[in-house]
Design a protein around this ligand. Sequence first.
Ligand SMILES: [Zn+2]
Length: 455
Amino acid sequence: MQVWKDYQEKNKERFLNEMLDLLRIPSVSAKSEHKRDMLKCAEAVKESLLKAGADKAVVMPTEGHPVVYGEKIIDSSKPTVLVYGHYDVQPVEPLELWHSGPFDPVIKDGKVFARGSADDKGQFYMHVKAMETLVQTNTMATNIKFLIEGEEEVGSPNLGKFVAANKELLKADVILISDSSMLSMETPSLDTGVRGLSYIEVVVTASGRDLHSGTYGGAVANPITVLSKMIASVHDENNHITIPGFYDDVVVAGAEERALINKAPFNEKEYKDEIGIKELWGEKGFTTYERTGIRPTLELNGIWGGYTGEGAKTVLPAKAHAKISARLVPNQTSSKMTELLLNHFRSIAPSCVTVEAFEHHGGEPYMTPIDSKGYKAASKAVETTFGKAPIPVRGGGSIPICSILEKELGIKIIFMGFGLDNDNLHSPNEKYNIENYYKGIETIPYFHKFFAEGN
Ligand SMILES: [Zn+2]
């Protein structure tokens, strides 16, 4: 719409400068020394919502860092969009690898370098500026609510409770999140889900102490050999996971979804060169995008035991350890899969060893259907401003809050991320391309328009 374009063009500089101001606040949620910065940042977010035209914006306490809530209600009979984002950021260490101060944003080559630029201050702030555009041009088609939390980077320990206690306040028709990336500006994409996680640790004990491998070797089981065999047994020759029941709850992706996923351009040579691998690997019958999106996996994160120091030591170790995790897809559930993994590793151990297996943390997978009104509105919005329909892509990572939000509020989440995979999230020199920031602000108003029209 021309009025949006005109308004945004006129206010371009300010839109950018306001985002930079937000990036200057070191809102590191993991560190207690930043507790005051967290409050300062929450207040700044509140103020920005009020300035952008919200009727109401408040900083609401939780047992941890506060949540910022804001709303602009135009008509209770119109659909309501709840925007979720987070104002906290990851710690910045190692500081020596940054080319400029993490909280002293620098613009270089069309990119803003600062902690939080892409994850997630720069991304949620697009929604604040999109709302301002709609308010100032008098073109709001939906009610808009904001839920901007301060504990996403530490696992959102208090968000579930907050949402459960404020269901009426947060009542909406759809949740819109910009906290992810797209394939590229030439190949726009929309994430349609995230994978879940189960994580366990296994300890195999063969003897009461380390033994001399000459005296006892050959007569006593080696726990490293035993654990290696146990681990090796969970994938077959097709890299299919052999644990009974592992795939029972997997929703098999339909031909249509698989065709869409595989429409994304994939350059095998570039992929291999970038990460330094000789060959692709994975479950037979699936492409790389499918393997990292629609299929569950079982990974060995670490394995240790025995002598690993300098030189040679002949020893029959007493214990061997492994950290094992599974990425989960709908409708697998983290607790059930964790139980399955624990029981499996306990049950396959031979009687010459004892096995302890215990759980670390987990999270539920999440998927959003591509035939929903919300997805269609997002797809149409992206198509309008990019000139190309976005490709639906399942994200391989895990965002545990998604299932919590859906469970408590009973509505679907739409992921409309404008970042890029090379934004250096959680790493030194995090950046966000200014072009992507403006493109997001341009695209979001269309989401509201199309979502309202679809309802
Ligand atoms: Zn984030």
